[in-house]
Ligand binder design. Sequence first.
Ligand code: GLP
Length: 237
Amino acid sequence: MKVIIGSEKEIAEKAAQQYVELLKRKPNAVLGGATGSTPIGLYKELARLNKEGVISFKDVKTFNLDEYVGLDGSHDQSYRYFMNENLFKHIDIDIKNTRVPDGINTAVAADYDKEIEAAGGVDLQVLGIGVDGHIGFDEPGTPLDSITHVVELEQNTREVNSRFFNSIDEVPTHAVTMGIKTIMHARSIILLAIGKSKAEIIKKTLQGPITTDVPASILQLHPDVTFYLDEEAASLL
Ligand code: GLP
């Protein structure tokens, strides 16, 4: 487990270097994507590096962590829309090579793991973290052996995420998310956290017991995980 602390800009740049190293070594890498406000700086940096010709996504495949149930890709709060707007539009990726779990036809949720496997497995998965320690939408209590599945969102998660919607009533009650096992299968993982609101959960994640009560704490068991934290998120370590 590696921990890198810096300003928001520094951690985005350093995390992006992991992509540079990977894509130089493996131009057809499989990338795991995340949404939320935290990875936006990283995505901007990746777009910049792509524009400057340092990296190319031409042969890359992506699999996103999660999607709200009931929102299709044209909804401006769907995670498909988020990825198109914040990353895919700005890089040379073939959109056909990008996957986000299906929020409409949830019957196919478990097939997502098979698709990931068929693509060769995720080489580098980026994660944010919820204030309750969720990764993807794997809320506290999610079993270690879970694969991609439908979850009911915690009320607190809906409240936190309601900032992106007109009201909490519009926030979906369910989501499809990679499971803990799916996430832990990635060869390398990076978790980004920014701001004071994440300080307490970052302390529990890195220094607390490994428990399904804090889903992100399970990352302590992963052989290649790097935490990129700004000073505020790291302030209680
Ligand atoms: C959502 C996403 C998570 C993300 C979390 C934190 O719940 N499903 O993947 O990590 O939000 O979001 P933010 O980065 O905006 O704090």
